[in-house]
Design a protein around this ligand. Structure first.
Ligand code: ADP
Ligand code: XUL
Length: 529
């Protein structure tokens, strides 16, 4: 490769944007860029990056391809591109792409005189990719659980019980209801391995954390589980997935000449396995035991590093393979009603203004009020609708409606606190906050008070794409250096302390946990009756 500083590119194809981070060898961020789907690609008519049709939620596959065209066009203008040694990154988890035979051919023969979108526009057996917000496969979930002996048995085998958004259940729905399109599908990628495939010009494997988001991979061996594949997609699913999941720290191959000719990448630039946005976030924070990540993005997630032996599959949390420790695990809680639902409450009660939202957060107390805000079908608990209680009694609206602002934030964090305690016996010592809403100090203050823990934040805006650039560098080391050692060799910026808890307030929250559990149960029972 050319002389000069070495750079590493991390991409993150998230729900609302395609983001990228370029870091140098000293792990300092030198460039961040983002293509926003609604704003930069309005012709697709997405709202917050997605198209919702009841419980069916998708994104146009070719929109993601166009976003890549735009992003690389912007990067072309930067001086770093020829010195990028490796590329890795992340995708929103679970989403899937259905390549046709034609698409695979076009991928192999990418021509630098045309855009990616021009060449891949008729390359997919279906043009809408199901994404993680989809909740339309409950039947497929129960069927898969029944196959192996129930939800806990499926969790023991794959790390999670059957979840609507998990790729295996999405594939099963297509297999059962759109057989023609299924048969036309040559290969299936996840969002993460889709970007890696485009960069390689051939099918890329998923990594083991991404395999854990399918309900199809054995969580211990990290191999596809044949009986689950057959059940979800018949005999051909193994071939459609193509390759077994891989671990991080390897190089899949060199970048396709298309990117060298069209954008000026170096021909030796390596493409590393891409991972999920949550596992990439975990990588960016270099978690230690006792660290707990709270990511407040489109989804809200809670992430912990579980060493072998400390990890137990449950029917509430997800156990996923760890992106850089093949014997370790990532424990995760995932909430669908994260930023978009907070935003909805902001629009309704604070005139769409975060400053007004924050003022209400500071001024209002929700002591007698409890709310449960599931505008979209929630994952934990499986519930939908908005429910309010004042002095323990159900009400249509609080006496002071502006209390909803505080009630939603408190309710979201109380749920996390309760479930984190059930997920691991390792005591958390600090919270590392990230995601779009981590920009909001008032929200972080409540987070700190609910958990009774200090909250830290990392420099840089995009933790998943930063994690991607670290994984890119890790791959260039070809397994000769452990990830932890790679991190130790650099004087990286320590996360910055942003809030310390007010312990009196923490005690008050602790005193409300039983009531939270009781009222939440009431809401959930109401759903099934
Ligand atoms: P993605 O899931 O696409 O990676 P981000 O992590 O970029 O999403 O988060 C985007 C969300 O961040 C937006 O939907 C918005 O609601 C939220 N957000 C941005 N700024 C603020 C703020 N000041 N306060 C609260 N939420 C915010
Ligand atoms: C995790 C999940 C979401 C997506 C989008 O299971 O569904 O967090 O990864 O961010």
């Amino acid at each position: 490769m050319t002389t000069g500083t070495a750079y590493y590119l991390g991409l993150d194809l998230s729900t609302q944007q395609l983001k990228c981070t370029v870091m140098n060898d000293a792990h300092a961020i030198v460039l961040e860029e983002a293509v926003n789907f609604d704003r930069d690609l309005p012709e697709f008519g997405t709202k917050h990056g997605a198209i919702q049709n009841g419980d069916v939620v998708t994104s146009p596959t070719i929109m993601w391809v166009k976003a890549m065209d735009i992003l690389f066009e912007r990067l072309k203008k930067s001086s770093v591109i020829g010195n990028i040694q490796g590329i890795s990154g992340a995708g929103q988890q679970h989403g899937s792409v259905y390549w046709s035979e034609r698409g695979m051919k076009a991928l192999h023969q990418l021509d630098a005189s045309k855009t990616l979108a021009e060449q891949l526009s008729d390359g997919f057996a279906i043009d809408q990719s199901p994404i993680w917000q989809d909740a339309s496969t409950t039947q497929e979930c129960r069927s898969l659980e029944n196959l192996v002996g129930g939800p806990q048995a499926l969790a023991d085998l794959t790390g999670s019980k059957g979840y609507e958004r998990f790729t295996g259940n999405q594939i099963a729905k297509m297999y059962n209801t759109r057989r023609d399109a299924y048969d036309e599908t040559k290969h299936i990628s996840l969002v993460s391995s889709f970007i890696a495939s485009v960069l390689l010009g051939r099918l890329a494997p998923v990594d083991s954390p991404e395999g854990s988001g399918t309900n199809l991979m054995n969580i211990q061996t990290h191999k596809w589980e044949d009986k689950l594949l057959k059940h979800c997609g018949g005999d051909s699913l193994h071939d459609k997935l193509g390759l077994e999941p891989v671990e991080g720290g390897v190089e899949l191959g060199k970048i396709h000449p298309f990117f060298v000719e069209r954008y000026g990448f170096h021909p030796e630039c390596g493409i590393m396995p891409f991972t999920g946005d949550n596992s990439a976030t975990l990588v960016s924070m270099n978690l230690k035991e006792g660290d707990c990540v709270v990511s407040l993005g489109t989804s809200d997630t809670v992430l912990v590093y579980l060493k072998q032996g400390a990890a137990k599959a449950t029917t509430e949390a997800h156990l996923m393979a760890h992106p850089t420790d093949p014997t370790g695990f990532m424990g995760m809680l995932c909430y669908k009603n994260g930023s978009l639902t907070r935003q909805h409450i902001r629009d309704q009660y604070a005139h769409g203004d975060w400053d007004e939202f924050n003022k209400l957060l500071q001024e209002k107390s929700a002591k007698d009020c409890m709310g449960f805000y599931y505008s979209m079908q929630e994952i934990i608990p499986f519930a939908k609708g908005i429910y309010r209680f004042q002095k323990g009694q159900p009400v249509e609206e609080f006496a002071d409606p502006s209390i909803n602002v505080r009630a939603i934030v408190e309710s979201q964090f109380l749920s996390m606190r309760i479930r984190l305690q059930r997920m691991t016996t390792v005591e958390s010592k600090r919270i590392l906050a990230t995601g779009g809403a981590a920009a909001n100090h008032e929200i972080l203050k409540i987070l700190s008070n609910v958990f009774g823990l200090p909250v830290y934040k990392q420099k840089g805006m995009n933790s998943a794409s930063l994690g991607g650039s670290l994984l890119a560098k890790y791959g260039t080391l070809h397994g000769k250096t452990a990830f932890q050692d790679m991190m130790k060799q650099q004087q990286a910026d320590e996360p910055e302390l942003v809030c310390e808890p007010d312990l009196e307030s923490t005690q008050q929250y602790a005193a409300r946990l039983d009531e939270f559990n009781r009222l939440e149960k009431q809401v959930v029972d109401q759903q099934v009756s």
